[in-house]
Design a protein around this ligand. Structure first.
Ligand code: 5GP
Length: 180
């Protein structure tokens, strides 16, 4: 059996980069592919980044109880298929789920052997500076994000492990200590 790791962290924290660097070094780990109703972004492909499905299909999966967990963010639905994860684990693959903290806590209830890992920014001030540095969002959007970041940090108190992303190298090596 493979092992299951759930990694959460607020947007802007660099969690995607940390996970990608880790995956490059450890091909026996695989990132789980979630279902979503959002449209693919430039360069995203079906079955690789997500399974892009319609709202109707998504609702059918919910009704059939096929999601380990699911959530809705800004009008789009995201969910992890239970069969997908169980199949990969039974094939002996180590699986990483990259989902939000509420989803992570739901997974832990159903699969208590899962290890929940939260990636923290070195400081909230620094994260705020990074979000502003992107120059892509309005002040209102930034305030909203900061609010949900604080909520995520609160939820992460129930996680098994916390990693501070002060540098990518350090964060990857902390992740290795937990996962290898
Ligand atoms: P994006 O649209 O930027 O790819 O993802 C938006 C958010 O959805 C991210 O915070 C991501 O972690 C979360 N997400 C992606 N897949 C899932 C999933 O299967 N379940 C949950 N709960 N969140 C997900």
């Amino acid at each position: 059996m493979g092992r299951l790791f759930v990694i959460s962290g607020s947007s802007g924290v660099g969690k995607g980069t940390v996970i990608n660097e880790f995956l490059k070094k450890h091909p026996d780990f695989k990132l789980s592919v979630s279902c979503t109703t959002r449209k693919p972004r430039e360069g995203e492909t079906d079955g690789h980044n997500y399974f892009f499905i319609t709202r109707e299909e998504f609702i059918k999966h919910i009704e059939a109880g096929e999601f380990l967990e699911w959530a809705e963010f800004s009008g789009n639905m995201y969910g992890t298929l239970r069969t997908y994860v169980e199949k990969k684990l039974s094939e002996g693959k180590n699986i990483i789920l990259e989902i939000d903290t509420q989803g992570a806590l739901k997974v832990k209830k159903v699969m208590p052997d899962a290890t929940l890992i939260f990636i923290l920014p070195p400081s909230l001030e620094e994260l705020e500076a990074r979000l502003r540095g992107r120059h892509t969002e309005t002040e209102e959007a930034i305030q909203k994000r900061l609010g949900s970041i604080k909520m995520e940090i609160e939820n992460s108190k129930h996680f098994d492990k916390q990693i501070v992303n002060d540098s990518i190298e350090n964060a990857v090596s902390e992740l290795e200590k937990i996962c290898l």
